[in-house]
Design a protein around this ligand. Structure first.
Ligand SMILES: Nc1ncnc2c1ncn2[C@@H]1O[C@H](COP(=O)(O)OP(=O)(O)OP(=O)(O)O)[C@@H](O)[C@H]1O
Length: 298
């Protein structure tokens, strides 16, 4: 995927919700792009769904590169809008966790990330698709979680996240340890059923930032790694929360990582998150997107 390529024009889909700092980061990226000779138009989102629509319209109009400027949720929306088109996805990682950017080794500084966009090196990323019982679907680029981590995402106070960043997830995790009921869930991996408390389906190795979850993951290939959390309850969840930043999660008792292509979740009252956004409830099934997409990387 490394043949010479240079998008001299690109659309940047910018999610402004995180406030003034994100706007300053965009201005810095635009300056670096201009210096590199790239003409960038900016489309600002006003609501969830706009990023996907802007990206789809740009791809239909023949835009060669569409850049998601935001967190993993905005990247997933732009990726969904570009799916099936020839347009390349670019990333200006302006989120709180920026897991996909870290997974792909992208720099987090705005000027450095802009220079990556201008350089035009590409690699493949093969997204997943979650399908819900109501017929809706959601494309994800990095991961999908059902159970405790989705409860944390669903309960997150977005204003607190704006103020204190990732610490808001730690605070919300502590709150959910006290109130999440850990209803039992069945996860079926390519026909084999497991009873678990929570599960995370991931395309990448990393989770919640730079933390290693699934060492064997391959973002560019079809299929998934699935982390099964066999022990349910607040004590186990707290232990897993401590093990994650220490890089020990995949080796904890009660944690199993398996490869799978088709995953089905069954249960009642269990929240689901995809790429850090609350997206619905179990039952949900997960499969590969019809094809991979190209992403600008350094
Ligand atoms: N203008 C907007 N107003 C409200 N919601 C928006 C807007 N633009 C995008 N969104 C929604 O916000 C969700 C979260 O956005 P995004 O992931 O970029 O930011 P974040 O939550 O600050 O980052 P992170 O996930 O890293 O914490 C997206 O999935 C998108 O649907």
């Amino acid at each position: 995927m490394n043949r010479p390529y240079r998008a001299l024009r690109m659309l940047i889909v910018f999610n402004p919700t995180a406030g003034a700092r994100r706007r300053r980061r965009l201005a810095e990226a635009l300056r670096a792009l201009a210096i590199a000779g790239v003409v960038a138009r900016v489309a600002e989102t006003g609501a969830p769904g706009d990023a996907r629509r802007f990206a789809a319209e740009a791809a239909a109009a023949g835009e060669t590169a569409v850049v998601a400027a935001g967190g993993d949720g905005t990247i997933a929306e732009v990726a969904a809008g570009l799916a099936g088109s020839a347009a390349t996805l670019g990333i200006l990682p302006f989120g709180t966790a920026n897991v996909l950017a870290l997974e792909l080794g992208l720099p987090l500084g705005p000027a450095q990330a802009a220079r990556v966009l201008a350089a035009g090196q590409r690699r493949l990323v093969w997204p997943g698709i979650a399908r819900f019982a109501d017929g809706s679907s959601r494309l994800f680029v990095q991961m999908l979680g059902a159970g405790f981590d989705a409860a944390v995402v669903a309960g997150l106070d977005l204003r607190l996240k704006q103020r204190i960043g990732r610490a808001a997830y730690v605070w919300q995790s502590a709150r959910e340890l006290c109130r999440y009921g850990f209803p039992p869930m069945t996860v079926t991996l390519d026909g084999a059923a497991f009873q678990v408390g929570s599960a995370i389906v991931t395309k990448g190795r990393l989770y919640a930032g730079r933390f290693l979850l699934a060492p064997a993951a391959r973002p560019d290939a079809p299929g998934f790694q699935v982390a099964l959390f066999h022990h349910a309850g607040p004590w186990s969840a707290a232990l897993y929360g401590v093990a994650l930043p220490l890089g020990l999660l995949s080796r904890m008792p009660g944690v199993e990582i398996r490869a799978a292509s088709r995953i089905e979740f069954a249960g009642a009252g269990i929240p689901v998150q995809a790429d850090g956004d609350a997206v619905g409830e179990v039952p949900v099934s997960v499969a590969d997107a019809p094809g991979p997409m190209q992403v600008l990387v350094g």
